[in-house]
Design a protein around this ligand. Structure first.
Ligand code: GLY
Length: 282
């Protein structure tokens, strides 16, 4: 996670994540660590630049996520993990806390930047959530950039999938080859950003390839507004990462916002309530 803020007369800030979890030291070379950190830095800089020029929180969050989607190291866009069928199915969402407008897409293929497609749904359709072929057709109609399957292929992700594809197990982003190890070692590669612009508006964006070996059609929490992504100027902007199913059951992001709005909790108190007590119970 990286935070960048400006404390001028009109303060603004951006926070990004490239997924939570443990990366074991033995799996991380110096060069790889540098590449991950550079990827995060590039993303936070891209979002910050939008804010610095007076851009909206939603555009800043989107710009940061686009950079992470273009980076093969993160489980979103180009670096998305393989499904049980050996393809990539991507989910993304964006929400603007100023007016609660939102856009989300699920199970799309070959779209270079799923977060841009989610923003297109938010800004240029009467809908909030499109999935599968309908979302792909919408992408084509609206001129979103598409890429061939090869663009989304990386040996690293392929090997992760090969290690578990013959079983019913699925896993978040990982590197270990042993199935038991795979399931213990959770590296959550979903990416996301939250931002606050000069006008004081906040927004959140999340993008993911989901889980390695996930079933055809499985949708995680990331594109579900209120579960993996939520923003409301009255309370907070949230982009979640981790095993999506418990976040969906907990309606996690919205629950944090509700605890702040209706119970007057601080962000920290609400987060503790939802992540430490509620989600950990599932
Ligand atoms: N949080 C990402 C997923 O479960 O798909």
């Amino acid at each position: 996670m990286l935070i960048k803020f400006n404390q001028s007369m009109q303060p603004f800030s951006i926070v990004i994540h490239g997924g939570a979890g443990t990366i074991l030291k033995e799996d991380m070379t110096d060069d790889l660590e540098k590449a991950y950190l550079q990827g995060l830095q590039d993303a936070v800089n891209a979002g910050y630049a939008v804010l610095e020029q007076g851009g909206s929180a939603a555009n800043a969050a989107k710009a940061a996520v686009v950079i992470l989607e273009d980076n093969v190291l993160f489980n979103a866009g180009r670096g998305s993990v393989f499904t049980k069928k050996g393809v990539q199915e991507m989910d993304a969402a964006i929400m603007d806390g100023k007016d609660l407008s939102a856009g989300a897409i699920a199970g799309v293929r070959n779209v270079r930047n799923p977060v841009e497609l989610a923003a297109e749904v938010m800004n240029n359709s009467d809908h909030v959530f499109l999935s599968g072929k309908g979302a792909n057709d919408f992408a084509i109609k609206h001129g979103l950039k598409l890429e061939p399957d090869e663009y989304f292929f990386s040996k690293f992700r392929y090997d992760q999938w090969k290690a578990i594809r013959d079983g019913d197990n699925y896993s978040l982003d990982h590197t270990h080859q042993d199935v038991e190890e795979l399931l213990k070692d959770k590296k959550f590669g979903t990416v996301g950003a939250v931002a606050c612009d000069m006008q004081g508006n906040i927004a959140a964006a999340t993008s993911t390839g989901g889980m390695t070996n996930k079933k055809y059609g499985r949708i995680g929490d990331s594109p579900v507004i209120g579960s993996g992504t939520y923003a409301n100027n009255k309370t907070c902007a949230i982009s979640c990462t981790g095993h999506g199913e418990p976040f969906i059951k907990a309606v996690a992001a919205y629950d944090v916002s509700c605890l702040m709005e209706y119970k007057g909790m601080s962000l920290q108190q609400a987060m503790d309530e939802v992540t430490l007590k509620k989600i950990s119970g599932y």
